[in-house]
Design a binder for this molecule. Structure first.
Ligand SMILES: NC(=O)c1ccc[n+]([C@@H]2O[C@H](COP(=O)([O-])OP(=O)(O)OC[C@H]3O[C@@H](n4cnc5c(N)ncnc54)[C@H](O)[C@@H]3O)[C@@H](O)[C@H]2O)c1
Length: 263
């Protein structure tokens, strides 16, 4: 796809979405940031405009199906047909038991993480299919591959991975690619606040991956940028772990015989 594409990024006012909007803008894309956080989204758009990017903000709650479809029409009319969709709007969860989970917050997480992704893939994907071009990147998680004690979040991210595979086939016939990234714990505001409140342990996070480093939002943005670019033109339906080796290390680190270098 040519430079000057229109990229629509949900959850673009913070964390992975913000880093992705900045990465795509740096590469010459026209960027539409959407989020429920208007103040932060507008501030990022102002900054991007200041450095020459054609940037826009649209306030959108991705769990509101009618609003998502209306936004897709508005962006197409005001900015142009959307070539790239990145679904980064999401809610995290803290560990809890299924037997004790709060049903209302469970539904809210599903409404944003799964249904928000679904609504956007349908509303923005249909015109892409009609135009015969486009790339969608969803944000899955390492929890898409394993059960975590996160009763809403973990299954919602497994569902995002499955949806990505399903849509890659349905949309692929029209030349539209659908992929996902699966970040490990990433130092976004959402995770930083959980480290500060004691709900995540920074040393355990670093030690859990093969590389023993923190993953930053820019690392995830680089992977998303790749999956939106022509460099990945025959890659579709994948959920790409960007995890400093977390998935590779999970069995090794939990081997009951211990680690050979500790023997
Ligand atoms: N940070 C991590 O460790 C991590 C790991 C794996 C996956 N993820 C996923 O990455 C995505 C981004 O998370 P993040 O860490 O950057 O979080 P973040 O809180 O920094 O950013 C998320 C953004 O989504 C917005 N948002 C929330 N609900 C929304 C809604 N209903 N409609 C529109 N926007 C909404 C928030 O306002 C915020 O700006 C999420 O899907 C998250 O599940 C994060």
């Amino acid at each position: 796809m040519a430079k000057g594409r229109v990229a629509f990024v949900t959850g673009g006012a913070s964390g992975i979405g913000e880093a992705t909007a900045r990465r795509l803008a740096a590469d010459g894309d026209r960027v539409v940031i959407s989020d429920v956080n208007e103040a932060s989204g507008e501030a990022i758009v102002e900054e991007l405009r200041g450095s020459g990017t054609d940037a826009h903000f649209i306030k959108l709650d991705v769990s509101d199906e009618a609003a998502v479809f209306a936004s897709a029409e508005k962006v197409s009319a005001d900015v142009g047909p959307v070539d790239v969709l990145v679904n980064s709007a999401g809610l995290l969860e803290n560990a809890t038991l299924i037997t004790e989970m709060d049903r209302e917050s469970h539904d809210q997480i599903w409404n944003v993480n799964y249904w928000g992704t679904m609504h956007c893939c349908r509303a923005f994907g249909a015109p892409m299919v009609a135009n015969g071009r486009g790339a969608i990147v969803n944000i899955a998680s390492i929890t898409s591959f394993n059960a975590f004690p996160l009763p809403a979040y973990s299954p919602s991210k497994a569902a995002v991975k499955s949806l990505t595979e399903l849509l890659s086939v349905e949309y692929g016939r029209a030349g539209v690619r659908v992929n996902a990234v699966a970040p490990t714990y990433t130092l976004t505001p959402a995770i930083k606040s959980r480290i500060q409140s004691g709900h995540r342990d920074p040393d355990s996070i670093k030690g859990a991956g093969a590389l023993h480093v923190f993953v930053e939002p820019r690392h995830i943005a680089d992977g998303i940028h790749f999956l939106c670019s022509d460099a990945s033109e025959v890659i579709t339906g994948v959920t790409l772990p960007i995890d400093a080796g977390w998935l590779a290390a999970r069995g090794y680190n939990h081997y009951v015989g211990g680690k050979p270098w500790e023997a």
